[in-house]
Design a protein around this ligand. Structure first.
Ligand SMILES: [Zn+2]
Length: 209
């Protein structure tokens, strides 16, 4: 599909946020377990005084609807469980999403296990979707913009990455977990987490030109 480049900034795999999604191995947990994902194409409205959240659109390649990005968000309880992609509540098709490289490798390696059930799992997932999109709220709650909130989400992200990278990954790879790595990990992921939280806050509140 072609989109109006003057009206929208187009986000595809070359955009930093999406590239990060593809490359960061830690996000494999978000994707395979929590079912968080990112659409193949996102459009960001260039004009408008609205914050980022409300200017981001997800086009459905099947029916051409431009969905508000908030349709798949934690406030609507639809940010997770999107293992097969974003469900389009207009045409009932699935909007294609990006795969994290690590989870792609895991999926390929484990295909002999889940491949047999693929169709039935997908169908039962699909059956559950309409219910999830019955009451979608596209307004942003005020509290999203407070300092406490970005601190909290930053700390949470840092903690999450710390546990994943310093504890879970070495366990999976059967590497030794040293006191040193446990200690060094704390300031590293604390700083990364806060930087992440702050960047997200700035990003999400950025207004269009
Ligand atoms: Zn659609």
């Amino acid at each position: 599909m072609n989109y109006d480049k003057n009206k929208y900034k187009i986000w595809n795999w070359k955009s930093p946020v999406i590239l990060h999604w593809i490359i960061n191995p830690g996000l494999v947990i978000n994707e395979l377990i929590l079912g968080q994902t990112i659409p193949k194409v996102m459009l960001i409205e260039r004009a408008g005084n609205k914050p980022f959240y409300q200017r981001s659109l997800v086009p459905c390649p099947h029916c051409g609807t431009f969905h508000n990005g908030l349709k798949w968000s934690s406030q609507n309880k639809t940010a997770f469980k999107n293992w097969f992609g974003y469900y389009c509540d207009n045409c009932k098709e699935i909007i294609p999403v990006h795969r994290n490289l690590t989870s792609l490798i895991i999926l390929i390696l484990t295909f002999p296990v889940w491949g047999w059930f693929r169709k039935s799992i997908r169908q039962s997932w699909l059956n559950k979707q309409p219910e999830r999109y019955r009451n979608i709220n596209l307004e942003i709650p005020e509290k999203k913009n407070t300092t406490k909130n970005w601190l909290k989400s930053g700390l949470f992200f840092g903690l999450f990455m710390y546990v994943t990278m310093i504890i879970i990954f070495p366990l999976i790879e059967q590497k030794e977990m040293t006191q040193k790595s446990l200690l060094i990990g704390i300031p590293v992921w604390l700083i990364c987490g806060l930087a992440w939280g702050y960047t997200m806050k700035v990003w999400m509140n950025r207004k269009g030109k």
